[in-house]
Design a protein around this ligand. Sequence first.
Ligand code: NAG
Ligand code: NAG
Length: 408
Amino acid sequence: MITSIFILVLALAVALVKGAAIGDDEVYCEINPLQYTNSPLIIPTGGTTFLYPSYGETTLKIPAGETVDLVCPGSNLIVLGSRTEEVIQATCISNARFRILGERTLWTQVSCAGDATAKSLYTGAVCVNGGKIAEIGFSLTDGRFLSTITVCYDAVDQSPLYTYFDMTASIGNNAKGTPRPSFSQDGGFYSIGSRTVNQLYTRSVQRGTINAQIGLSATDIKYIDNGNWFFLARGHLTARADFFYPAQQNATFRYINAAPQWQSFNGLNWNEIENSVRDYADVNGVDLQVWTGVYGIATLPHESTGEDTPLYLYTATDGTTALPVPSIYWKVVYNPSSRRGVALIGANNPYDVNAADKLICTDVSSSLNWLSWNRLNITQGYSYACSVADLRRVVSYAPNLQVSGILV
Ligand SMILES: *[C@@H]1O[C@H](CO)[C@@H](O)[C@H](O)[C@H]1NC(C)=O
Ligand SMILES: *[C@@H]1O[C@H](CO)[C@@H](O)[C@H](O)[C@H]1NC(C)=O
């Protein structure tokens, strides 16, 4: 009771502070940042962050006289019908009217000539377990890099260990239903012979690769069938729908943000976990910090020896392996203002009937009421929740957070 009153007072205080950005009598521009699927991104002048509508709003408000950068990464803005630059400045006059390149121009009169081009770059920094830090984002010709996702990448296993991104409290009003691009393989991250990562994931190639490891014939459909659920999908670590803008959503389709994930888990309990996290940010009006990672290697029994055999999407004749099929997926969700956090975990093996006996930390899921999942269903991905510290006792590269309590 006392806590809920406190939270209410806190929420009111936050609402007042946020609302105070633009006063009642102040002149401002008000625009729909999702006007077109090819509207430019709006970022602070000279900045590298993205502007979002305030919580609960679908429009972006910019005070009169304030200047922002309009950006079409890797392309050009079309302004009043003419192709201009990759980045141009716009100063709010009022309503939807800006001064752009000296002309009074409506927000509806600007768009991007082409799709935003994302890329992944090593930063030179390192993370734990021999991982290397890479950023996924947009590289501008003026030298700026607009990062969307940070990846701790294991260049030996050729797999992300975890990814990190900031979820906006406004995620409930994000772009929905925009077309999905295919996955891109960034240069400098893979060394897998003559095949592409995309080829390794195709149903027939993954079936041949996995079957060879467990002593099945190349075409046997015992584990990887031709249906909708039992195959290894390109499992996003940071989800597409976790971002607000179509360009950011498209940028999640990089192989360094993906690992092999059984589709029955990917499309069911893991999908529910992702949805529940977005709903949490939306319902509570909070910005969240989200780390998503993998751990261990999933196994299947060898046909002749019965031995648990670790699975990879890439194996070479010299014994080299890469692109392991993770044993679990985990997601640490942290609210920096309350300093509460939780680790959500799902088992990536619909065939492991013993999944419930293999929890890596103490299950606290009974204290969470904001997840809608069939968490005990093995086909859908047996799932549970732990404290962040408890996860980190096993997964050394999980974030080291000073958490004040479980995110309830
Ligand atoms: C996102 O990708 C889809 C599919 O390739 C494309 O149609 C769309 O224009 C892209 N959006 C942006 C903003 O780049
Ligand atoms: C688990 O989920 C699968 C896939 O949705 C379903 O077919 C199956 O009946 C469920 N099992 C149980 C025990 O509820």
